[in-house]
Ligand binder design. Structure first.
Ligand code: WQD
Length: 325
């Protein structure tokens, strides 16, 4: 199918989904956003896209969303707080696993055969070697990562049994804001490092607590592979084209292949913002591996994709525009 046009973006009002919606609209696709607005933001909606407020746990909502033609589905709707998933796994089972199975089953009922799925490097768990490639053992250490792995396995079965073609995109640490400055909605109560740094810079959070500086890394703080959301967005459109043109599924890492430490992110934010951004050194956070970064050669090979907006300076600059105006 070469003239696919109708795109349904589930979770398209969210941080990642809204960036992909803008790029899909720029590329001329007819986009419908399906979102329950539990964490997604109305202000992130692209006015060129139709908006349908619905929930993947409500089958009538899904029926309605599929009452018009859908060629490709993008699926971003999920709970992602790794720590919370260890306290309330049932919430993650329902939202992430049941919700996705509802979506996949309604896709089958309407013969929709392409899905781009937001997966995560959390499926790997603690690194047994670095950089992490797609052959790395899949041993998630938190329930959130396990839900992503279960969904990948269901997708694989639907590929084999029903001819579903899926792209499972394993994000490393998604960060930054739209390089074109179109998306400005800030995540509420973020748990991730970069928005927390920016909240301290903006004065909406008093201080950054660094979770340990006694790791076996150059400056003692943890290293992560931070990937700019605009780089992720480009990879999603390339993955969609791959599915439709090759009629084959794929699983790829989306990262830069290099890591930055907590203190490197913090010092860069201080330098670019010119603000003090106070911090304190606290105890380690349980479950944090010292270092995590991707081998992203497969995405380069299959999608001709490479991160280009993900230097620490570009990441922080793009966030300053949103958090500091
Ligand atoms: C990064 C580093 C912290 C906050 C998580 C999920 C993962 C994925 C990405 C969805 C760590 C340190 C953080 C703070 C700190 N989510 N830190 N002070 O843990 O690598 O990955 O988000 O797919 O599944 O686990 O990201 O941003 O939470 O932490 O020192 O206030 O920053 O210890 O070393 P993480 P993060």
């Amino acid at each position: 199918m070469s003239n696919f046009k109708q795109i349904l973006v589930v979770g398209g009002a969210g941080y990642i989904g809204s960036h992909i919606v803008h790029d899909l609209c720029d590329a001329g696709y007819s986009v419908t956003i399906f979102d329950n607005l539990s964490t997604g933001l109305i202000e992130n909606l692209d006015p060129r896209a139709e908006f349908f407020q619905g929930d993947i746990l409500q089958l009538p909502d899904l029926q309605k969303a599929f009452s018009k033609p859908v060629d490709v589905v993008f699926h971003f709707a999920a709970l992602k707080a790794a720590g919370e998933s260890m306290l309330i796994p049932e919430k993650f089972s329902t939202n992430n696993i049941t919700g996705t199975i509802n979506l996949l089953n309604i896709m089958q009922a309407h013969a929709v055969k392409y899905i781009v799925f937001s997966s995560s490097a959390a499926v790997y768990g603690n690194p047994q070697y670095l950089p992490i490639d797609e052959k790395h053992p899949l041993q998630p250490i938190n329930y959130y990562g396990y839900t992503k792995l279960v969904i990948e396995q269901v997708l694989d079965w639907y590929d084999r049994l029903k001819g579903l073609r899926y792209a499972a995109l394993r994000y490393f640490n998604a960060t930054g804001y739209d390089v074109k400055g179109r998306i400005r909605g800030k995540e509420k109560n973020p748990g991730n490092l970069s928005p927390i740094i920016m909240e301290v810079a903006a004065g909406t959070r008093p201080i950054l607590q660094v979770f340990g500086d006694d790791y076996h890394t150059p400056d003692g703080t943890c290293i992560r592979d931070y990937i700019h959301v605009s780089d992720l967005a480009e990879a999603h459109l390339l993955a969609m084209n791959y599915l439709v043109e090759k009629e084959k599924s794929l699983i790829v890492n989306l990262g830069t292949g290099r890591g930055y430490s907590v203190l490197e992110m913090l010092e860069t934010a201080r330098k670019i913002s010119g603000l003090p951004i106070p911090h304190t050194i606290g105890p380690r956070r349980p479950g944090d591996p010292p270092e995590l970064y991707a081998d992203c050669q497969l995405a380069a090979k299959l999608l001709q994709w490479k991160a280009k907006y993900s230097s620490v300076e570009q990441i922080i600059e793009s966030m300053c525009h949103v958090y500091l105006g």
